[in-house]
Design a binder for this molecule. Structure first.
Ligand SMILES: [Zn+2]
Ligand SMILES: [Zn+2]
Length: 253
Protein backbone atom coordinates (compact mmCIF):
# COMPACT_ATOMS: atom_id res chain seq x y z
CA UNK A 1 0.00 0.00 0.00
CA UNK A 2 1.01 3.63 -0.38
CA UNK A 3 3.00 5.12 2.49
CA UNK A 4 2.57 8.90 2.70
CA UNK A 5 5.71 9.83 4.61
CA UNK A 6 4.79 13.48 5.25
CA UNK A 7 1.38 14.91 6.10
CA UNK A 8 -0.01 17.80 8.16
CA UNK A 9 -3.47 16.44 8.94
CA UNK A 10 -3.54 18.58 12.09
CA UNK A 11 -3.57 21.68 9.89
CA UNK A 12 -6.75 23.73 10.38
CA UNK A 13 -7.74 23.02 6.80
CA UNK A 14 -8.65 19.49 8.01
CA UNK A 15 -10.64 20.72 11.03
CA UNK A 16 -13.97 20.03 9.35
CA UNK A 17 -13.34 16.43 8.29
CA UNK A 18 -10.10 15.14 9.84
CA UNK A 19 -11.54 11.89 11.22
CA UNK A 20 -13.30 11.21 7.93
CA UNK A 21 -10.05 11.72 5.99
CA UNK A 22 -8.22 9.27 8.28
CA UNK A 23 -11.06 6.74 8.09
CA UNK A 24 -10.93 6.81 4.28
CA UNK A 25 -7.16 6.34 3.94
CA UNK A 26 -7.24 2.56 3.58
CA UNK A 27 -9.98 2.82 0.95
CA UNK A 28 -7.67 5.08 -1.04
CA UNK A 29 -4.85 2.55 -0.85
CA UNK A 30 -2.87 4.45 1.79
CA UNK A 31 -1.57 2.11 4.50
CA UNK A 32 0.44 4.53 6.64
CA UNK A 33 1.03 8.26 7.10
CA UNK A 34 3.56 10.20 9.17
CA UNK A 35 2.29 13.43 10.71
CA UNK A 36 5.14 15.97 10.59
CA UNK A 37 5.39 18.65 13.29
CA UNK A 38 6.24 22.33 13.10
CA UNK A 39 6.66 23.40 16.73
CA UNK A 40 6.45 21.99 20.25
CA UNK A 41 2.70 22.43 20.70
CA UNK A 42 2.15 20.77 17.33
CA UNK A 43 4.53 17.92 18.31
CA UNK A 44 2.50 17.17 21.45
CA UNK A 45 -0.68 17.07 19.31
CA UNK A 46 0.98 14.93 16.62
CA UNK A 47 2.06 12.34 19.21
CA UNK A 48 -1.50 12.22 20.60
CA UNK A 49 -2.98 11.99 17.09
CA UNK A 50 -0.70 9.01 16.34
CA UNK A 51 -1.70 7.34 19.61
CA UNK A 52 -5.35 7.57 18.58
CA UNK A 53 -5.00 6.08 15.07
CA UNK A 54 -3.22 2.87 14.03
CA UNK A 55 -2.50 4.23 10.57
CA UNK A 56 -0.87 7.45 11.81
CA UNK A 57 2.72 7.82 13.04
CA UNK A 58 4.36 11.04 14.20
CA UNK A 59 7.58 12.95 13.69
CA UNK A 60 8.21 15.50 16.44
CA UNK A 61 10.47 18.52 16.18
CA UNK A 62 10.88 22.23 15.65
CA UNK A 63 10.59 23.49 12.04
CA UNK A 64 13.10 26.21 11.04
CA UNK A 65 10.19 28.69 10.91
CA UNK A 66 9.76 28.17 14.67
CA UNK A 67 13.46 27.97 15.60
CA UNK A 68 13.06 31.18 17.60
CA UNK A 69 10.82 29.41 20.12
CA UNK A 70 13.58 27.00 21.23
CA UNK A 71 14.25 27.45 24.94
CA UNK A 72 15.82 25.62 27.87
CA UNK A 73 12.96 23.10 28.09
CA UNK A 74 12.39 22.22 24.45
CA UNK A 75 14.93 19.43 24.22
CA UNK A 76 13.61 17.62 27.30
CA UNK A 77 10.03 17.90 26.08
CA UNK A 78 10.96 16.48 22.67
CA UNK A 79 12.95 13.72 24.35
CA UNK A 80 9.87 12.68 26.34
CA UNK A 81 7.73 12.58 23.18
CA UNK A 82 10.39 10.55 21.35
CA UNK A 83 9.92 7.74 23.86
CA UNK A 84 6.36 7.13 22.68
CA UNK A 85 6.00 4.01 20.49
CA UNK A 86 4.12 5.79 17.66
CA UNK A 87 6.71 8.58 17.40
CA UNK A 88 9.07 7.45 14.64
CA UNK A 89 11.33 10.40 13.78
CA UNK A 90 12.63 13.85 14.67
CA UNK A 91 11.07 16.31 12.24
CA UNK A 92 10.56 18.36 10.47
CA UNK A 93 13.85 20.12 11.11
CA UNK A 94 16.24 22.02 8.89
CA UNK A 95 16.79 25.37 7.22
CA UNK A 96 14.40 27.66 5.34
CA UNK A 97 16.10 30.65 3.71
CA UNK A 98 13.12 31.36 1.48
CA UNK A 99 10.96 32.78 4.25
CA UNK A 100 13.65 33.45 6.88
CA UNK A 101 11.00 33.46 9.62
CA UNK A 102 13.81 32.86 12.14
CA UNK A 103 17.36 34.30 11.96
CA UNK A 104 19.64 31.95 10.00
CA UNK A 105 22.11 31.50 12.86
CA UNK A 106 19.23 30.45 15.13
CA UNK A 107 17.91 28.05 12.47
CA UNK A 108 21.33 26.38 12.20
CA UNK A 109 21.73 26.13 15.96
CA UNK A 110 18.29 24.53 16.47
CA UNK A 111 18.80 22.19 13.48
CA UNK A 112 22.08 20.91 14.95
CA UNK A 113 20.66 20.53 18.45
CA UNK A 114 17.92 18.30 17.02
CA UNK A 115 20.35 16.24 14.93
CA UNK A 116 22.35 15.57 18.09
CA UNK A 117 19.13 14.66 19.91
CA UNK A 118 18.17 12.22 17.12
CA UNK A 119 21.60 10.60 17.29
CA UNK A 120 21.36 10.36 21.04
CA UNK A 121 17.99 8.55 20.94
CA UNK A 122 18.86 6.65 17.72
CA UNK A 123 16.00 8.02 15.62
CA UNK A 124 15.94 9.18 11.98
CA UNK A 125 15.47 12.84 11.01
CA UNK A 126 13.05 14.40 8.52
CA UNK A 127 14.84 17.34 6.92
CA UNK A 128 13.22 20.44 5.42
CA UNK A 129 15.64 22.46 3.29
CA UNK A 130 14.53 25.40 1.20
CA UNK A 131 17.01 27.60 -0.67
CA UNK A 132 19.61 26.42 1.85
CA UNK A 133 21.31 23.46 0.14
CA UNK A 134 24.94 24.40 0.88
CA UNK A 135 24.37 25.02 4.59
CA UNK A 136 22.13 21.94 4.94
CA UNK A 137 24.82 19.70 3.42
CA UNK A 138 27.56 21.31 5.47
CA UNK A 139 25.66 20.65 8.69
CA UNK A 140 24.61 17.09 7.79
CA UNK A 141 28.23 16.20 6.95
CA UNK A 142 29.24 17.07 10.49
CA UNK A 143 27.12 14.12 11.71
CA UNK A 144 28.07 11.10 9.58
CA UNK A 145 26.10 8.67 11.77
CA UNK A 146 22.77 10.40 11.30
CA UNK A 147 19.97 8.61 9.41
CA UNK A 148 17.72 10.97 7.49
CA UNK A 149 15.48 11.84 4.61
CA UNK A 150 15.17 15.06 2.64
CA UNK A 151 11.46 15.78 2.41
CA UNK A 152 9.78 17.55 -0.52
CA UNK A 153 13.05 17.40 -2.40
CA UNK A 154 13.56 20.33 -4.79
CA UNK A 155 17.35 20.25 -5.26
CA UNK A 156 19.47 19.14 -8.19
CA UNK A 157 20.34 15.61 -9.27
CA UNK A 158 23.92 16.26 -8.05
CA UNK A 159 22.68 17.15 -4.57
CA UNK A 160 20.39 14.11 -4.52
CA UNK A 161 23.29 11.82 -5.44
CA UNK A 162 25.48 13.38 -2.76
CA UNK A 163 22.78 12.82 -0.14
CA UNK A 164 22.26 9.22 -1.26
CA UNK A 165 26.01 8.63 -0.81
CA UNK A 166 25.63 9.97 2.72
CA UNK A 167 22.97 7.31 3.35
CA UNK A 168 19.96 9.58 2.99
CA UNK A 169 16.53 8.79 1.57
CA UNK A 170 14.89 11.31 -0.77
CA UNK A 171 11.16 12.01 -0.64
CA UNK A 172 9.23 13.32 -3.63
CA UNK A 173 5.70 14.69 -3.72
CA UNK A 174 3.32 16.80 -5.75
CA UNK A 175 6.11 18.99 -7.15
CA UNK A 176 6.96 16.11 -9.51
CA UNK A 177 3.68 16.76 -11.32
CA UNK A 178 4.17 20.51 -11.78
CA UNK A 179 4.78 22.04 -15.20
CA UNK A 180 8.29 23.23 -14.28
CA UNK A 181 9.30 19.89 -12.73
CA UNK A 182 12.19 19.14 -15.09
CA UNK A 183 14.90 19.56 -12.42
CA UNK A 184 12.95 17.56 -9.83
CA UNK A 185 12.34 14.77 -12.34
CA UNK A 186 16.09 14.64 -13.11
CA UNK A 187 16.78 14.37 -9.39
CA UNK A 188 14.24 11.54 -9.03
CA UNK A 189 15.84 9.72 -11.95
CA UNK A 190 19.24 9.95 -10.20
CA UNK A 191 18.04 8.42 -6.90
CA UNK A 192 18.23 4.61 -6.66
CA UNK A 193 14.74 3.15 -6.22
CA UNK A 194 15.65 1.67 -2.83
CA UNK A 195 16.17 5.22 -1.49
CA UNK A 196 12.95 6.78 -2.78
CA UNK A 197 10.06 7.83 -0.57
CA UNK A 198 6.72 9.38 -1.52
CA UNK A 199 4.82 12.09 0.35
CA UNK A 200 2.13 14.71 -0.09
CA UNK A 201 3.04 17.39 2.52
CA UNK A 202 -0.74 17.90 2.54
CA UNK A 203 -2.58 20.29 2.75
CA UNK A 204 0.25 21.99 0.82
CA UNK A 205 1.91 21.06 -2.50
CA UNK A 206 -1.28 19.85 -4.21
CA UNK A 207 -0.40 17.86 -7.35
CA UNK A 208 -1.73 18.36 -10.86
CA UNK A 209 -4.71 17.92 -11.60
CA UNK A 210 -5.93 19.32 -8.26
CA UNK A 211 -3.93 22.59 -8.12
CA UNK A 212 -5.76 25.24 -6.08
CA UNK A 213 -7.53 22.64 -3.92
CA UNK A 214 -6.51 21.20 -0.55
CA UNK A 215 -3.96 18.41 -0.89
CA UNK A 216 -4.95 15.00 0.58
CA UNK A 217 -2.96 11.89 1.55
CA UNK A 218 -4.87 9.98 -1.18
CA UNK A 219 -3.10 12.14 -3.78
CA UNK A 220 0.24 10.54 -2.87
CA UNK A 221 -0.70 8.20 -5.72
CA UNK A 222 0.15 10.95 -8.22
CA UNK A 223 3.74 11.15 -6.97
CA UNK A 224 4.02 7.36 -7.18
CA UNK A 225 2.64 7.38 -10.73
CA UNK A 226 5.10 10.06 -11.80
CA UNK A 227 8.01 8.13 -10.25
CA UNK A 228 6.87 5.00 -12.10
CA UNK A 229 6.96 6.98 -15.34
CA UNK A 230 10.42 8.38 -14.55
CA UNK A 231 11.83 4.99 -13.53
CA UNK A 232 9.99 3.16 -16.32
CA UNK A 233 8.55 0.53 -13.99
CA UNK A 234 4.92 -0.37 -13.14
CA UNK A 235 3.36 1.87 -10.50
CA UNK A 236 2.71 -1.21 -8.28
CA UNK A 237 6.49 -1.66 -8.14
CA UNK A 238 6.99 1.94 -6.92
CA UNK A 239 4.19 1.54 -4.36
CA UNK A 240 5.73 -1.70 -3.05
CA UNK A 241 9.33 -0.45 -2.90
CA UNK A 242 8.57 2.98 -1.41
CA UNK A 243 6.44 1.30 1.27
CA UNK A 244 9.29 -1.09 2.10
CA UNK A 245 11.73 1.85 2.14
CA UNK A 246 9.53 3.89 4.46
CA UNK A 247 9.03 0.99 6.86
CA UNK A 248 12.78 0.38 6.96
CA UNK A 249 13.53 4.09 7.39
CA UNK A 250 11.02 4.66 10.20
CA UNK A 251 11.78 1.33 11.87
CA UNK A 252 8.30 -0.16 11.45
CA UNK A 253 7.77 -3.91 11.32
ZN1 LIG B 1 8.72 21.09 4.96
ZN1 LIG C 1 5.84 19.64 6.03
Amino acid sequence: MLFDTHVHLLDERFDGDREEVVAQLTGHGVGNVVEASSDLENSVCAAAFAREHDIVHAAVGIHPHSAGEWDGHTEEELRTLLQEPKVVAVGEIGLDYHYDFSPREKQKEVFEKQIRLALDVDMPIVVHSREATADTLEILKKYPGVRGELHCFSGSAETAVELVKMGFYIAFGGALTFKNARKTIEAARAVPTERLLVETDCPYMTPVPFRGKRNEPAYVRYAAEKLAEVKEVPVEEIVRVTEENAKRFFGLA
